[in-house]
Ligand binder design. Sequence first.
Ligand SMILES: *[C@@H]1O[C@H](CO)[C@@H](O)[C@H](O)[C@H]1NC(C)=O
Length: 384
Amino acid sequence: MRSALLYSAVLGLAAAAPKAMPQDIDVDYIESIPTPTTGLGPAVEQVSATPSYDAAAAASDAAQEISTAPIYTPTPSSASRRGLRRSPLAKRTDCGPEPDGHGPSPGSDTSDTGFLSSSILANYANSAVAPAGYSLASGFQNLQGSLSEIGYIGLYTFSQYDPSLCSAKCNSVSACLGFNIYFERDPSITPAAACPNPAPFTNVKCTLYGYPVAAGAATNMGQWRGPTDANGQAFHVVITGSNGYNKNPCPTPPQLTNFTGPSAQLPGAINAPNDPTTGKNTYLGMKLYNGGPFDPSQCSAACQAQTAYDARHPASDGTYMPCNFFNAYILLKNGIPQGTYCSFYSRTWDASYATNTGYTSGSTQYSVVDSFTYALTTPDPGHI
Ligand SMILES: *[C@@H]1O[C@H](CO)[C@@H](O)[C@H](O)[C@H]1NC(C)=O
């Protein structure tokens, strides 16, 4: 049931006869695009990672892949993670002190089960107040997992459980759309053969994300660290008091070179008919980028690269289908962000066409949020 426009379109031939609404979200295609399995949160030993995202590198990758994976084709493109720089992990010494650990004690029982059942820690999370400009993500309060979601951009460790400290960090990064704050039971010294399963301490961690945070992605329940002690027990890193907050309203994405926009936020994705004047399809295809934060500049780079490619490979009559307009939004699957979804058009469509708010496919709900459009300021006529 793919709405694939045929590969021949790459050669500038008129796109194959489209369905009435060719831009329907192609669920099979979306499912075939690999979601990153690493880099969805910090390494457990880490206590800080400076937010960094190189939008220019991500846009350059988006433009470069057009020659091998044009926007017409349903070929899954590998997620570019070049835009994200990874902070190296500071070297640790066996049985040497681990960093930070200034968070509150869970009480008299500091075992992993004592930590998870601590009313002291639960009270912090349950009584926390959403910072100004933020809302608690639905159901994301006092969970026992930290977030494992695309768009991870940075980590801080605090001595207090105070969401406003984390929101201040998120406010300082334009790509940050939400954050997770949680208690982590960590070893006070680096577990090793000479010091297995050492005494714990508590870190209050704050992770920043370039997509809205979703309770359904709070799936990192911790891990074991180091060798087992005489009782066969290794150190158990566990998490509690995990709360997630999102910027509310979602910030408007930046203006982009060569484009007019962004539009005001739209209620859904553009669902355009054929051009009422020419009767022709105006939809070129889509891309989904899931290697970094929500970033419409990847769409603009792909749009312009596609037009440039097609202008070099026109149909025999010298025409090609130009990319003059795109819709960028966040696609959610059961509430969990899947990436920056870009759909591309040869002409502009106004907000009255933004009617596609999502689909239900079996038990899976796909929804469209944070939808914006951009129009090429000087439209390309599509002929040489
Ligand atoms: C803007 O358009 C010019 C002319 O097509 C192009 O060379 C340039 O790369 C574009 N800039 C960006 C940032 O997309």
